[in-house]
Design a protein around this ligand. Structure first.
Ligand SMILES: Nc1ncnc2c1ncn2[C@@H]1O[C@H](COP(=O)(O)OP(=O)(O)OP(=O)(O)O)[C@@H](O)[C@H]1O
Length: 777
């Protein structure tokens, strides 16, 4: 039966100085409770010390072919991963164990065939995820599917798990590093990997002659012990049962959880299980889960007899090996002694001339008979005494040796029974390893076959495509000289064309530039001239306006003066006229019935017409006065001339409103009223009326003049506006001139740009020339 040893350790992570608990080498005291461990590691314990105490015994065992399990237990952040994997400054137990294994393997490889295989996976809610799936492209991939646990002839194994043959420490560390990196979403959710178990499995196999032994070390970074997740508490509980069962020598029930099922494969054979509990003292109260759990385990394991089982069997193995060596040594000694004895007997027989039956002497069959025979023959010889003494000594030695031999045979047969059990277990182990190896081989072969097939297919395809490509390339190469020749000729043509184009371009550019310059200067001159001309015209126009205005104003002033004179004259006339009118009215119109005849010459119109040309003209145009063709009568139809000139016919006097129609009767019937007969008063009245009429006309005239003056002002304003417009235009012209100078600058810039592009195109042409030369070469 396989023997088991369980060791419990505690590592306390100190992040606080004061704590309400004390620790010593083996006991953790919290309030009144004592928790005992095989060893407690405090803050002073370095990673190396931890490895020496916890890791090295496990490494020693797997190098002897004894399995090992290391479980890191504790709340999240207590330091489980730190102990197992460490950080970039301080490596953990896993790396140090691998270092130790590879160091030992290096020494052992001179005598033995050593193989190290590594696998890492994690258990997340009872699902197994392979962390080290290395595909053909050599990259580490994250297997998403859950792997299955299978059993074959009592051996538990994970189907399809990547088991990597590791040849160097560097490879192993790289794989551990990758496995650690690939743990479930470590970057996205810091706490997520506290809920999964990370497992690293290291198997070291050794083969010497036909003897093969292998030991597997399974290292588990357990999930957060404080987690209330049902799956985790269940697994930890089943693990505790497993540990306790192992300690009590019961059959370990491993069906409860995935983890315990996996561990069971290690526990089938001799196994050393170490549980490293972790506590972080930053919490005011240490994690009771951890302490209670450890306490539960410890109460069952503190039984030294159990621990001694494995050591006893180890001692036995050592003792057996020692005894076997001793037996071989003794056998060798006996053979040597026999050889010496034989040669001496032969020498002695030669001396005494007696043929001794050496076989019988050695076998001791006829020892007594031979002795007597010898004694009877050599009694007389002194030498015989010496021979006898020697013989006796030899006899004694022989007896002693045969006794030892018997003892050894007895011991061997005794040990044989004990060894047979050990050998049986070893054989079992070898068988299981062999099966594993065969399965692995089969898997590897299948994988290799699949990969080979796919690779061959790929290669065939590649070959086919390469072949086609090569053929295409060959065709291209075949046509290359022609293509190159045509390219060369094309290039030559291009260069020639470009050179031509270049000179043409240069010529055109310089021509354009010159043209631009000329146009520009011409434009400038033209604009200048135009602007000067327009300014001059404006000036002359202004001057013309001014003189015109002056003349007009002068004329008008003269006119006004004349009108003033007229008004004065009219005023004088008015006085006479008024008097005349008054006379007429007093004589005839006061009652409106008396016929009055007025001869045409009484009307001052004809003589007045020349006298007051403006006034008459105005009266005529306004329809105030209308004369008949024969000048026989004058029609007065305006209110302005009410009661001024009245011609009456007998019984033919019409009065229409304030207007009077004056009709001149035929000559024979006209009663001539001579001017002398008209009263002075009437004359005065007439004059007055006339002058008022004239003054009105003059007023009217003055209004018109005013109107004209206003028109003139308007014209002046218009002229001013025109001047302003012209000024504006000249400003605009200034702006245009500026713009033109800007354009000139732009043209200059364009010219420089064109020159630049010319240089660039020259460079391109040169490079193409060079390329062409290359092609030609
Ligand atoms: N003894 C120690 N010395 C120095 N640093 C430590 C120690 N123990 C833990 N740490 C640091 O504390 C942090 C948390 O530790 P770690 O990740 O090992 O805890 P954990 O128990 O594995 O937590 P989880 O279960 O959440 O993964 C890490 O940064 C680690 O480097």
């Amino acid at each position: 039966m396989a023997s088991q040893v369980v060791r419990l350790y505690l590592r306390v992570r100190h992040t606080k100085d004061q704590a309400n608990y004390t620790i010593d080498h083996k006991t953790f005291k919290y309030n009144n409770d004592n928790y005992v461990f095989h060893r407690i590691f405090s803050k002073e314990t370095s990673q190396q010390d931890l490895f020496e105490e916890v890791g090295r015994p496990l490494v020693d065992n797997i190098m002897r072919g004894i399995n090992g399990i290391l479980l890191a237990y504790g709340a999240s952040g207590a330091g489980k991963t730190h102990s197992l994997l460490g950080d970039h400054e301080q490596e953990g137990i896993v790396q140090r164990a691998l270092e130790e294994i590879f160091q030992r393997a290096k020494v052992l490889r001179t005598k033995k065939n050593i193989g190290v295989v590594l696998s890492c996976f994690e258990i997340d809610k009872e699902r197994i995820r392979d962390l080290a799936r290395i595909l053909s492209d050599g990259k580490q991939h994250f297997g998403e599917e859950s792997l299955e646990i299978r059993e074959h002839q009592g051996n538990v194994y994970i189907d399809n798990l990547t088991i990597t043959q590791i040849d160097s420490l560097h490879e192993a560390l790289h794989m551990i590093q990758e496995g650690r990196r690939l743990r479930k979403a470590p970057d996205l959710n810091v706490e997520s990997h506290s809920l999964v178990y990370t497992v690293f499995k290291i198997t070291v196999s050794q083969k010497e002659m036909n003897i093969c032994k292998a030991g597997t070390l399974t290292i588990v970074d357990l999930a957060d012990s404080d987690s209330v997740q049902e799956g985790i508490t269940k697994t930890l509980e089943s693990l505790r049962h497993l540990i306790v069962d192992l300690q009590q020598g019961h059959h370990a029930s491993s069906d409860e959880s995935t983890l315990t099922k996996i561990l069971a494969s290690n526990l089938k054979h001799n196994c050393l299980t170490s549980v490293l509990f972790h506590i972080n003292n930053s919490q005011d109260k240490p994690s009771h889960n951890t302490l209670d759990y450890s306490n539960n385990c410890y109460s069952h394991i503190n039984n030294p007899s159990a621990e001694s089982v494995v050591f006893k069997s180890q001692q036995q193995i050592m003792r057996i090996r020692k005894l076997q060596d001793e037996i071989l040594d003794l056998k060798h000694q006996i053979d040597k002694a026999q050889e010496i004895h034989e040669s001496k007997l032969r020498g002695f027989g030669d001396i005494i001339g007696f043929n001794i039956d050496i076989e019988s002497v050695i076998n001791g069959n006829n020892m007594e008979k031979e002795k007597k025979n010898i004694e009877s023959h050599v009694n007389s010889v002194e030498v015989l005494d010496e021979v006898q003494i020697r013989n006796k000594r030899l006899e004694l030695k022989l007896k002693k040796n045969s006794k030892i031999f018997e003892d050894l045979q007895k011991f061997e047969s005794k040990n044989k029974d004990r060894n047979s059990e050990q050998i049986k277990t070893l054989e079992d182990q070898i068988k299981s390893v062999k099966i594993e190896i065969i399965e692995l081989n089969e898997k590897i072969q299948e994988n290799v076959r699949k990969k080979l097939n796919s690779r061959t297919e790929e290669l065939n395809q590649v070959l086919l495509s390469n072949h086609m490509e090569l053929e295409e390339k060959a065709a291209v190469i075949h046509n290359l000289p022609f293509t190159l020749q045509s390219i060369a000729s094309d290039m030559r043509a291009v260069i020639e064309y470009k050179e031509l184009g270049k000179s043409e371009l240069e010529f055109e550019l310089s021509k354009k530039f010159q043209q631009n310059e000329e146009n520009h200067s011409k434009n400038m001159v033209k604009i200048k001239q135009e602007s000067e001309q327009s300014l001059k015209t404006l000036d002359s126009k202004m001057r013309g306006f001014e003189t015109e205005c002056n003349i007009y104003i002068r004329e008008k002033c003269e006119k006004i003066k004349r009108i003033e004179k007229e008004i004065i004259g009219l005023y004088n006339l008015f006085v006479d006229h008024d008097r005349l009118v008054k006379n007429i009215e007093s004589g005839v119109f006061n009652h409106g019935i008396k016929p009055i005849y007025i001869t045409i010459h009484d009307i001052p119109k004809p003589p007045q017409r020349e006298k007051f040309p403006y006034l008459f003209k105005s009266l005529m145009t306004n329809g105030v006065l209308t004369s008949s063709k024969d000048n026989n009568f004058i029609k007065i139809s305006t209110s302005l001339f009410t009661k001024k000139y009245v011609n009456t016919k007998k019984n033919n006097l019409n009065t229409i409103g304030t207007n009077f129609r004056v009709t001149f009767p035929p000559a024979e019937k006209v009663v001539e009223i001579k001017p002398d007969e008209i009263d002075d008063e009437e004359k005065e009245k007439e004059k007055e009326e006339d002058s008022s009429e004239k003054s009105l006309i003059l007023q009217d005239e003055a209004g018109k003049l005013q109107q004209k003056a206003l028109d003139l002002v308007k014209k002046v304003k218009l002229a001013k506006m025109t001047i302003n417009g012209l000024e504006q235009r000249s400003e605009e012209l200034d702006v245009e001139i500026k713009k033109m100078s800007c354009d000139r600058d732009k043209h200059k810039e364009m010219y420089t740009n064109l020159m630049k592009s010319k240089i660039e195109s020259k460079i391109v042409i040169d490079s193409q020339k060079r390329l062409l030369n290359k092609y030609i070469i």
